[in-house]
Design a protein around this ligand. Structure first.
Ligand SMILES: C[S@@+](CC[C@H](N)C(=O)[O-])C[C@H]1O[C@@H](n2cnc3c(N)ncnc32)[C@H](O)[C@@H]1O
Length: 241
């Protein structure tokens, strides 16, 4: 990361986005955790709609392994848990996070209300579960949060779906590289899919170089595009674009 990563409560500002849901602004990075045009709307569009539901429509079994890059506020995890229960799909959800948020910051987030839950207990449980352990939170959702740096992470299984939700390529260029995408390509099942909110040219090039087939889809909340990257099943040798 180019700038110093925040870890203290005072390093984050709570912002209300256009759909009424919160996001966090990090002044030292000049970066938000989500789109200011709607955090919940963005998560539903990019990760649930274009990722989870897309995979569920095309899969032959009723269980899914998902890897998230950047657990952060836990919004994607919460919406996935709710969707898994709704769809009756068993989800194993592994989420990487190098810099967990302070609990006082998490406790301020309105994601339980914004996703129609009667109280915050489930959302807070996502955060209070231990790191580096598999925890079964419901018959349909097992969470494994890994306190890990994506750059050093060594996957132990194949995933069906990856939510790539790092800070923007301009802020964290070291995470949006061919080498990183190649590692993620290799830990996907054949036909496995990666979704991300960014459709920047350099990101498309790096994903293609890693071997992915790309689909540019309409973005969330008026944003022009997002990407869906699908593993073809053929491993491309390093350096071959
Ligand atoms: C754009 S935020 C999104 C987080 C989350 N998906 C959410 O909905 O809140 C990116 C996240 O990636 C985390 N992160 C940054 N560098 C990382 C790294 N090298 N490995 C793993 N996570 C990282 C940040 O701490 C932050 O929580």
């Amino acid at each position: 990361m180019n700038c110093q990563q925040p870890t203290a409560t005072a390093d984050f500002r709570l912002i209300i986005t256009s759909d009424g849901s919160h996001t966090l602004y990090v002044p030292s990075l000049n970066e938000h955790y989500h789109s200011v045009r709607g955090a919940v709307q963005e998560s539903r569009h990019v990760y649930i709609g274009s990722g989870f539901r897309y995979i569920c429509k095309n899969m032959l079994h009723d269980s899914l392994k998902i890897l998230e890059v950047g657990f952060g506020t836990g919004l994607n995890a919460l919406l996935t848990l709710l969707e898994a229960e709704h769809a009756g799909v068993e989800v194993y959800y592994e989420a990487l996070e190098k810099y967990p948020l302070p609990m006082e910051v998490v406790a301020e987030l309105n994601y339980a209300t914004a996703s129609g839950l009667p109280d915050k207990r489930l959302f807070m449980r996502l955060h209070s579960t231990a790191w580096d352990q598999q925890v079964c939170l419901s018959p349909y959702f097992t969470l494994h949060k890994r306190l890990a740096d994506l750059l050093a992470y060594e996957p132990e299984m194949l995933f069906d779906l990856i939510y790539f939700d790092a800070f923007a390529p301009d802020v964290q260029p070291d995470l949006w590289t061919e080498a990183v995408f190649r590692k993620l390509y290799e830990c996907l099942c054949p036909g496995g899919t990666l979704v991300t909110y960014s459709s920047k040219g350099a990101v498309k090039i790096a994903l293609r170089q890693a071997g992915f087939n790309l689909w540019r889809l309409s973005g969330a909340g008026g944003k022009r595009h997002m990407l869906r990257a699908v593993k073809s099943g053929i491993t491309v040798p390093a350096g071959n674009s």
